[in-house]
Ligand binder design. Sequence first.
Ligand SMILES: Nc1ncnc2c1ncn2[C@@H]1O[C@H](COP(=O)(O)OP(=O)(O)OP(=O)(O)O)[C@@H](O)[C@H]1O
Ligand SMILES: [Mg+2]
Length: 221
Amino acid sequence: MIAAQAHNQEMELLERSQQLKTLSSLLDEAAEGTGRLVLVAGEAGVGKTALCRKFCDSVAERSTAMWGACDPLAAARPLGPLVDISTELGGEIPGLLREGVRDRIFEVTLHQLTERSKATIVVFEDVHWADDSTLDLLRFLARRIESAHVLLLVTYRDDQLDQTHPLRVVLGDLASAAAVRRLAIRRYHRRRFASWRPKAAWTLASSTAKLGEIPFTSRRS
Ligand SMILES: Nc1ncnc2c1ncn2[C@@H]1O[C@H](COP(=O)(O)OP(=O)(O)OP(=O)(O)O)[C@@H](O)[C@H]1O
Ligand SMILES: [Mg+2]
């Protein structure tokens, strides 16, 4: 379990209703037995985690969520996100991870996911920091996840992938997988500025009026 699981139902997200709708309909498909892997991409701090959290909270009654993450370590944790969810995933996975038998780990992970009848959301965060085994696990799952009631959300910073970044190659490989969808997350600041402006403009207008200057509002409205 990682900190990103903390509930944030009360947090208001700006400009994300379309993305939440898209994720909700992909979860419907997963619930009906057609699993999906969604690549949630955006620059650092744009709101990838916030969106995933909000989405998981909003569908908590009809799904369960498991969160794993990659970290900016000098030596990436082998299969870090899988280790994070291993206890929740259960079965042989925790033992296999300790033994480090990679191919069997992939098969059993898929088996554990396919076994679940309730719709399950798995979030793998920040895969731009993933180790090679995690990237291979993504390749493996992308081709097979359609048989599971699973929505796998994979977040990454798309502004940090230079030409030689290993994730670039994986993204190319995943492009042809039928289960894969892409969700680009753009900055939300414009509307935040719009909703913030009236109050700020009023404050500015009041203060500038006192100073005998032309109010900011009269020039902008
Ligand atoms: N749509 C939004 N409306 C309002 N606040 C938001 C929105 N999206 C994100 N935030 C806020 O912006 C900050 C950064 O968001 P978040 O951590 O989700 O970004 P991120 O894309 O996951 O960043 P990183 O690449 O570092 O993982 C948080 O404080 C979050 O609450
Ligand atoms: Mg994040």
